[in-house]
Design a binder for this molecule. Sequence first.
Ligand SMILES: Nc1nc2c(ncn2[C@@H]2O[C@H](COP(=O)(O)OP(=O)(O)OP(=O)(O)O)[C@@H](O)[C@H]2O)c(=O)[nH]1
Ligand SMILES: [Mg+2]
Ligand SMILES: [Zn+2]
Ligand SMILES: [Zn+2]
Length: 386
Amino acid sequence: MSVNLRVCTGCGAPLQSESPDLPGFIPETAAARDEPVCQRCFRIRHYGEFSPIHVSETEYEQEVRRVLADPGHVLYVVDVFDLPGSRIPQMGRWLRGKSVWFIANKIDLLPAEVRPDKLWPWLDSEMAKEGITPERHFAISAETGQGVAELERAIAESPEQRWVVLGMANVGKSTLLNRLFHRWMGTSPLTISRQPGTTLGAVAVKVAVEGATRTVIDTPGLVQGRRIVDLLCPRCLKAVVPRSRLRPRVYQLQPGQTLWLGGVARFDFVDGPWQPFVVYVSNDLVVHRTKLEKATEFGARHADDLLRVPCATCRQRLGDLVMHPLIGGAARAPRSMQGALRLPAGTRGGDVVVAGLGWIAQFGRPFTGRLWLPGGMEVQTRPRLI
Ligand SMILES: Nc1nc2c(ncn2[C@@H]2O[C@H](COP(=O)(O)OP(=O)(O)OP(=O)(O)O)[C@@H](O)[C@H]2O)c(=O)[nH]1
Ligand SMILES: [Mg+2]
Ligand SMILES: [Zn+2]
Ligand SMILES: [Zn+2]
């Protein structure tokens, strides 16, 4: 393996031995090693200690443009579980003229009933918003390895020598590359962590792939500060970010009932016939049914015991939940609900997707409702995935 020796081989930060509190610090005695790893990476790997370092959007853009200035193929990675949160608004412009393969990662979290090919129409329409038309698609799990062999084969068969991995922070870029590197050279040099903002600079690794040399470049992700993973403390993240395949939770609701999803979000069924809703969120997040008229009081009283997340500190940072009106089926929108998000009518129904948290499936019957979320968090609707 050959690497650029002036940067940390785990996170890409330029190495330095002067300031222990700045990125890339490495004691002088360790700097001479073959594959030097900075103190921060060492601590993440061995103690699970994460010291947040903010890479600004400007620095991020500079790094991406620098890496894209040379020719090469782009692997654009998104998190299928947080697609709206995976979109980098300027990416379409930066990628103009580049060959892009689209990697939908974390499919291990999707319920077993979701066939990856059913994802493409939705994923493609999201990508099209950025002006990105990928040449190929891969649905993978960097965590379990599902789908990775196919990507590996495609890279080996392509004549392209230089490969750049891009994507929002925390979508699993470094995890994916570690898996590929492990297959190609038996080591996994990149630092990964549950927190966004782990990789700090480009890390170029030269590998032999079936006799041909390839340069594969990991890059930092963009941290926008508006996703649920950007907003919660490590303890709250543990409950909210799913670690295993989502188990559907079915609720037959009457109008006037509310579901609290932990204390992070609240779903009110205001009006419509009795009907089922299926909640797909982290299995570690409590879903609690209560009466709509008592929901606010319930949320305040049980924030710390039953609902548990967000913790008091995170609650303070997040502020009050913001209300988003919803309309499903053929329900007519009362004037008070203008601007409401509409779920597709008919028997198919739709999903209310909360970036980074999960989604709630509705089955096309008339309903009006509300979703309450921390300010800045995005909600979307799409045709039902399942
Ligand atoms: N469930 C699941 N988790 C994944 C998968 N791939 C990565 N992760 C997790 O996602 C988190 C972020 O992974 P990283 O590889 O550090 O993500 P990154 O895109 O390199 O992030 P930055 O370096 O911050 O830009 C870690 O907790 C990983 O374990 C996957 O396929 N499935
Ligand atoms: Mg990374
Ligand atoms: Zn490092
Ligand atoms: Zn917290």
